[in-house]
Design a protein around this ligand. Structure first.
Ligand code: HEM
Length: 514
């Protein structure tokens, strides 16, 4: 029997009543969406107008998507060269971001009395949310004070010499190659040169920092999955470069729980843990001072938390950059036999025994080695990120145009190092001879441009001297002792650029020369 249910008429809403029941929330959401859209459009139009006179790709005028796409493509350095070619030395690459390839402008922004400050992106490098280190400190007065505190350690006065640490790790690298990776006729022991160089730079920086290497070279493995985790963190850094405000999201609960911490067993956190254990051991009463950077930092009066942070900062800042420089210079040499042979001849003339590493002053006095190192830094500046500086409140005239206060102006390192106006038609070619053919004045000026790969003025890289010793000696000692044949000449190495270079799969066949 069918069941019939009778509903009292009072409970049945009529059509009009139904409409009013739903229309209130629907129209509320619609108004909200409309307000947000109008707000976004007004903001976008305002930001487009502020910099509409600066040339650049159409999408970049409205959105950060242009940068996001280029930064995540792995070819950011090429995008920077392309925009310079197409639009000139000052290019708009985001709603509030410009990039500049004029060396004078870059120097001006970082000069001692300049009113520019570090840009918004720097804050994204904080290790502890809300707590600044030398890289992230945007307050000029505090940055200056911190830098003064740290300079002694980087200068290498206080009875410590970088060179010993670099030499120890060069010998360790050579020992590893000699014992594990020498191929004989008919046998191949392929070696990923990119990985070994990364191990080398990590062991150098830990050796000079705490007086003991991490041990990447002795273990011959990616300890604490550091390199693997570093590679997976770079895409996040790339996103932050395009949209620094995202770091406010990352630093909030619950995402902040995923940030590295010194209790982690792998990655950045593990490295922080190692740094902390060295700091704690050194501060323990009765512990012996050691002639290293940590000791200099302690003597400068740094707090416990600052010591840990700055040990960690320099491990990261001092390894990814230096390894990119050595890796690219070696690749350029292996694929330019005339340059490699000329360098090997220069090194052979030194008649140094194999037990000895070339002393830094000797390496620096070699004309061809110096030309090779300069040319490697020029062709592939190791930092490809923008290092934006913020235009002071009153605005400034850059490359002849007015740029309003608050604009973020980045360094177009890659474009500047290949610009036709500076380097001529062959700026895109690795050719160390160019340095030997210049007259003294010209060479001085060009060297000053390459030097900008380390920043300048108030923000100049503190590890510049160590990096120079490491790159010069590292390249020289490897090509002096070994021949490297690229295993896959059509794709010699995997290399990607964003904020930093990432390199891997640089497979080589190694034989002894001496
Ligand atoms: C080829 C290797 C290297 C390159 C190309 C390089 C490049 C740079 C650049 C471009 C900056 C930023 C400048 C700016 O903000 O305008 C910088 C800053 C810095 N670098 Fe390096 N770097 C290298 C190696 C090193 C090494 C080995 C160390 C540590 C021993 C180091 C420690 C630092 C520190 C602490 C800063 C922050 C300076 C400050 O803000 O005052 N770097 N470097």
């Amino acid at each position: 029997m069918p069941i019939s249910v009778s509903v009292p008429m009072v409970l049945l809403p009529d059509a009009a009543a139904a409409g009013s029941l739903f229309s209130a929330p629907v129209s509320g959401v619609a108004v909200l969406v409309a307000l947000v859209t109008v707000g976004w459009v007004v903001r976008a139009v305002h930001s487009w107008r502020r910099l509409r006179h600066v040339p650049g790709p159409a999408l970049a005028r409205w959105s950060s998507l242009w940068m996001v796409k280029r930064l995540s493509s792995g070819r950011f350095h090429e995008a920077m060269c392309d925009v310079m070619e197409e639009y000139g030395p000052l290019v708009r690459i985001g709603p509030n971001e410009l990039t500049c390839s004029d060396p004078d402008v870059l120097r001006h922004m970082s000069a001692a009395r300049s009113l520019y400050t570090k840009g918004e992106f720097y804050e994204t490098g904080r290790i502890i949310p809300g707590y600044d280190n030398i890289v992230t400190q945007r307050d000029d007065v505090k940055h200056k004070a911190l830098r003064a505190q740290m300079t002694n350690a980087y200068r290498g006065t206080s009875a410590f010499a970088y060179e010993d640490g670099v030499d120890r790790q060069i010998l360790q690298l050579i020992f590893l190659i000699d014992n594990k990776y020498i191929s004989e006729p008919g046998s191949l022991r392929p070696m990923d040169l990119a990985a070994k160089i990364q191990f080398f730079t990590l062991d150098v920086i830990s050796d000079v920092s705490f007086g003991a290497p991490f041990g990447f070279l002795t273990e011959d493995k990616d300890l604490f999955q550091y390199n693997e985790i570093n590679a997976s963190a770079v895409p996040v850094m790339n996103m932050l470069q395009a949209m620094p405000w995202l770091s406010n999201v990352v630093y909030r609960w619950p995402l902040r729980l995923a940030l590295p911490s010194d209790g982690d067993s792998v990655g950045f956190g593990r490295l922080m843990g190692v740094a902390k254990s060295y700091v704690d051991a050194r501060l323990r009463s009765g512990s012996k001072p050691n002639p290293d950077m940590l000791q200099s930092f302690i003597e400068s009066g740094m707090s416990h938390s600052d010591l840990i942070q700055h040990m960690f900062v320099q491990i990261v800042a001092g390894s990814i950059t230096t390894s990119a420089a050595i890796r690219h210079t070696l690749l350029a040499l292996l694929t330019t036999p005339a340059s490699l042979s000329r360098l090997q001849t220069e090194l052979a003339a030194l008649n140094l025994p194999l037990s000895q590493v070339i002393p830094a002053p000797t390496a620096e006095s070699l004309p061809y080695l110096s030309a090779v190192v300069l040319e490697g830094l020029r062709m592939w500046p190791p930092t490809t990120g923008l290092g934006c500086k913020q235009v002071p409140p009153g605005g400034d005239i850059i490359c002849g145009v007015h740029v309003p206060g608050g604009t973020q102006v980045g360094h177009n390192f890659s474009g500047m190092m290949r610009a036709r106006e500076i380097w001529g038609e062959d700026g895109g070619v690795f050719w160390p001879e160019r340095w030997l053919e210049m007259d003294e004045q010209e060479r001085k000026e060009r060297e000053a441009v390459v030097e900008l790969a380390f920043g300048s003025g108030r923000f100049r890289c503190l590890g510049r001297r160590l990096a120079g010793v490491e790159v010069g000696k590292g390249v020289a000692e490897l090509v002096r002792r070994f021949d490297f044949a690229v295993v896959e000449p059509q794709r010699p190495m995997k290399s990607e650029s964003g904020v930093f270079w990432l390199g891997s799969d640089f497979w080589v066949r190694v034989t002894r020369r001496l």
